[in-house]
Design a protein around this ligand. Structure first.
Ligand SMILES: [Zn+2]
Length: 201
């Protein structure tokens, strides 16, 4: 389920909902964490179970440095940042025309239980390839861009590119009010250039 942001185990986007997009029903074999922000891994237990990962039924891929970055932001700085998030995103406001209508980057994230299952396969080199369920995935690392650990990938059979949250529908923050690490716009731009050069032809 590459690129699908699921923040919480109770999110409406759960395993069954997510798989409705893949009719007829197919089991989830792999999860790819595109980057170390909680809204892109926090709901993993709503999609797969820890037991299935331990039993080798499901693999989880992540960019180099993922666990360090995820722990640094969400545990070490978690309490402080959670307080600031309340002000940055107005999380305590009721959803209504006069309350909460959006979070700038899009709709606000849901509230509930976040979790994390460590990756089983870490991408460490640009150009690393994996064959996942019959498709070729070519990875390009994009560290210190929109997140400290982030990566893009290309599936040649489908001519499909994922650029994580480095290239989305909205303009993402270089400096967040919640206090996440300030992003380096030059590294961000270079990662997009490298992606266009490598996969754009
Ligand atoms: Zn992000």
């Amino acid at each position: 389920m590459p690129g699908c942001p699921v923040r919480l185990a109770e999110s409406p986007v759960t395993r069954d909902d997510a798989c409705q997009a893949f009719q007829p029903y197919k089991p989830v074999k792999y999860v790819i964490y595109s980057h170390s922000h909680v809204d892109h891994f926090g709901g993993v237990k709503g999609v797969i179970s820890l037991e299935d990962v331990r039993d080798g039924k499901v693999g989880i891929l992540a960019p180099q440095g993922f666990m360090e970055a995820a722990v640094a932001e969400n545990i070490m700085a978690g309490t402080v940042m959670t307080r600031r998030v309340m002000f940055m995103y107005g999380t305590e406001l009721p959803a209504s025309p006069t309350g909460h209508v959006g979070a700038g980057l899009g709709l606000r994230t849901s509230s509930g239980t976040s979790g994390l299952i460590p990756p089983t396969d870490v991408i460490t080199e640009d150009g690393d390839r994996r064959t996942l369920d019959g498709l070729t995935f070519i990875f390009l690392l994009a560290p210190d861009t929109e997140a400290p650990a982030e990566m893009h990938w290309y599936i040649p059979e489908l001519k499909a590119l994922t650029a994580a949250e480095n290239c989305g529908h909205t303009l993402h923050n270089l400096y967040t009010l919640r206090g996440a690490k300030t992003r380096d716009p030059l590294k961000w731009a270079r990662a997009l250039d490298a992606t266009a050069e490598r996969f754009g032809a």
